[in-house]
Design a protein around this ligand. Structure first.
Ligand code: 13P
Ligand code: SF4
Length: 328
């Protein structure tokens, strides 16, 4: 007797145009608004009602008039949208879309470290990058994004020390531009940490007259040979302001090429490749695996099924007070 052969179910590829149509009608039927970060696939950005960087999307989330928000991004972004809109239903296409930066700062470890600093008599305020869990936000005094960090750091009283979490590279850059002393948490982004400096130098030589634009989550060695340092919205504004066709070497998540090309199609954009830490070989790891979990299919499914949903937690209330004074 022959045994039945078990094969893994094959994911059915659906036509992107059909999916877009379906998403459009589901949006109306379910009274929903779609927000998409610049790092999700271009086709999701194209069907979104709002696209932007973390700062703009957090602000946009407060202006939504529908009863449901679908946040195509990563978990902490969906949490922030829920915190700002407790009465709305906030859905995210994939609950497993996390963030290496947010994961590098667990709330229990932060609380223990703050306790230790207090026991040493240190007088400090905690400033968190928005790429943190809501539980971490609830332990902090201020939240910054790449778009407003300098302004918020200026609001921290001068007589206080600053504990900056969780991105050591953004923190180091902020020390450089604000002149404030900071205690830096040793976290980093898995995408921005591994850009290949050799490939960037080679690409600069091959493209005379090019402009390097890099996100401040990149390490110092990359930022030292960068012409324009800024978050994703600052990058977009910069390329739009330049009318003369130019070649840009882009050191951030590769999906960013989509909004840059849309905003300023006269330029050429070359994504800077990453480098595999295990073998030292150049790789396509300039795509964030968490952002890449967002697909058109999952956007359709979560609209249709009303899940996965970000549920309200008690500590969101405290996180809200910190977000409100920092972002609005
Ligand atoms: P911004 O879009 O705010 O620059 O953030 C980049 C990022 O890494 C989001 O995860
Ligand atoms: Fe987090 Fe980096 Fe991915 Fe942004 S790109 S979501 S910081 S892991």
């Amino acid at each position: 007797m022959s045994l039945p052969v078990l094969t893994a179910p094959v994911a059915v590829e659906e036509d992107p145009l059909d999916l877009m149509d379906e998403i459009d009608s589901l949006k109306k039927e379910k009274d929903a608004t779609i927000l998409a970060h610049f790092y999700v696939d271009g086709e999701i950005q194209d069907i979104a009602d709002f696209t932007g960087d973390s700062l703009k999307l957090a602000r946009d989330a407060t202006r939504v008039t529908t009863s449901t928000i679908v946040f195509a991004g990563v978990h902490f972004m969906g949490e922030s949208a829920k915190i700002m809109n407790p009465k709305k239903r906030v859905l995210i296409p994939d609950m497993l879309a996390g963030c290496s930066l947010a994961d590098s700062c667990p709330p229990e470890q932060l609380a223990a470290f703050q306790e230790q600093l207090r026991a040493q008599g240190r007088d400090f305020q905690t400033v968190a990058y928005i790429n943190t869990s809501a539980a971490v936000k609830s332990l902090c005094d201020w939240i910054v994004t790449s778009g407003n960090a300098r302004e918020i750091i200026d609001r921290v009283p001068k007589d206080k020390e600053i504990l900056f979490v969780p991105d050591q590279h953004l923190g180091r850059y902020l020390v450089e531009i604000t002149g404030r002393k900071m205690i830096l948490w040793p976290g980093s982004c898995m995408v921005h940490e591994i850009f290949s400096i050799q490939d960037l130098i080679r690409a600069k030589k091959k493209n005379p007259g090019c402009i390097v634009i890099a996100h401040p989550e990149c390490p110092q060695n990359i930022l030292e040979i960068t012409d324009v340092i800024g978050g994703t919205e600052k990058m977009r504004q910069y390329v739009m302001a330049l009318k003369e066709p130019t070649t840009f070497l882009v050191a951030t998540e590769a999906a960013m090429i989509h909004p840059l090309t849309k905003a300023a199609p006269q330029h050429t954009y070359i994504p800077v490749p990453g480098i595999m830490t295990s073998s030292g070989e150049t790789c396509a790891c300039n795509r964030c695996p968490h952002m890449a979990r967002n697909t058109l299919q999952k956007v359709r499914d979560c609209l249709r099924d009303g899940r996965p949903e970000i549920e309200w937690k008690d500590y969101f209330q405290q996180a809200r007070a910190v977000l409100d004074k920092s972002l609005l």
